[in-house]
Design a binder for this molecule. Structure first.
Ligand code: SF4
Ligand code: SF4
Length: 72
C-alpha cells in the first residue's frame, strides 16, 4: 500500500481519470485481488471499478487475462 501513496496524493491534486472494465470481462476476480485500494467489485454480469476509489495505478489492467480493463 505504501508504494501507492504518491498516487493517492496525485489523485487528490489532479482530476485524472480512473480505469474501467468493458464487456470482455469473464468475472474471474483477478483484478479485485490485485487492486491496492479495493476499488473493484462484482457488478451485474461483470466486475466493475468504483471511479471514486480508483487511483489509476494500472495494476488491474496488467493482471486481466482478457484485456477488459482500460484507462478511460
Ligand atoms: S481480471 Fe479481467 S476478466 Fe477477470 S474479473 Fe477483472 S476485468 Fe473481469
Ligand atoms: S487502476 Fe489501480 S486503483 Fe484503479 S481499479 Fe485498477 S488496480 Fe484498482
Amino acid at each position: 500500500m505504501l508504494k501507492y501513496n504518491h498516487l493517492i496524493i496525485r489523485k487528490k491534486e489532479e482530476n485524472f481519470m480512473p480505469h474501467s472494465i468493458n464487456s470482455d470481462c469473464i468475472s474471474c476476480g483477478a483484478c479485485a485481488d490485485i487492486c491496492p485500494v479495493s476499488a473493484i467489485g462484482e457488478g451485474a454480469g461483470q466486475y466493475v471499478i468504483d471511479p471514486a476509489v480508483c487511483i489509476d495505478c494500472g495494476a488491474c489492467a496488467d493482471g486481466c487475462p482478457t484485456g477488459a480493463i482500460r484507462p478511460e
